[in-house]
Design a protein around this ligand. Sequence first.
Ligand SMILES: [Zn+2]
Ligand SMILES: [Zn+2]
Length: 392
Amino acid sequence: MQDLAQEVKRLEPRIIEIRRTIHQNPELAHHEVATARLVAKELRSLGIEVKTGVGGTGVVGLLRSGKNGKVVALRADMDALPLQEEVDLEFKSKRKGVMHACGHDTHVAMLLGAAALLAKHRKQLGGDVKFLFQPAEESGGNGGAKPMIDEGAMENPRVDYVFGLHIAADMPSGVYGVRGGPFMAKPDAFKIRVIGRGGHGSAPHRAIDPVYIAAQVTIALQGLSGRMVNPIRPFVISVCSVHGGTKNNIIPDEVVLEGTIRTFEKNTRSKAIADMRRVVASTCEAYGGSCVIDFQKDTYPVVYNDEKVTERVAKTLRRIPRMKTIRADPRMGAEDFSRFQQKAPGTFYYLGTGNTSKGCDSPNHSSKFKVDEDVLKYGTLSLASLALEFAN
Ligand SMILES: [Zn+2]
Ligand SMILES: [Zn+2]
């Protein structure tokens, strides 16, 4: 561990340089062309076998050890968000309205750093290491993990363990956040068309007002979390978009509500969805309206950290100097890292980057999101350490 910690310090300037290049040239989900090119070039320069165009813009690197121990996969996502950056950095995004506000630029840079470390320590590896650079984590049910898996990213050689990390602005710099079991939620996106009958704003009695009904529906849905779902089972329902109407005195024909449900368990989820359908339909009916409810199909599974593997992960991370490993809370956010975990056991963990003294205190997905770059080497060190530990 000590020599790895020394070496990562030498690599640090390069990791930061790569991160800044990607940060300055962010690419949206499914369009990570230049990022993928940079990744492939960097991997090749390290003597790592590279496959490009895997599941779209995905890149798979394979570092062969020449031994037949376990195969470890390390994953980073590459996409940015549709957001105008509001931080004045010397390497501020050059693309208007596109920003790496979730830290995926750092994920790519840290994983390339780990590839460099591991390539140098190839002889110490007991098995092969795969590097999965995936497109489009941010694209909802349409994420890049599934097409990569469908195109064989977890086979040849078959992956035994998979690991990934995420930068977390709400955890302090110098901390790894780890936890076994369910770690991130399953998201279900919904769309409700509340159908009424339009008319004049001065005569609501001659119309069926979908604006009023949609407001009732929005409030009624919160009764699910308060009154219908077992309070010890994690559950969130949020209506996040309301659209309807054209003018102050026209009652529209319909209003469209969109939102998301988050759950960890099958039973909680199916009961919540059944409750929701009933509450929405009966609320609409009570006021003379009707509705159509649609759920997005095939959404991300729960991020589930294998308990035994995660215990070993925590033990490994605790050996890293100057870092603290804490038990992180589960989150209601979602991640398609879970798709890789359905093919091989593994762990998703957080790397804290919150640092008020450096102005790194805005949350992920904020236009003011800023990363404490001093933590990047520790991300690299953690990924490389896990590969060495689990391949042997
Ligand atoms: Zn994100
Ligand atoms: Zn993210």
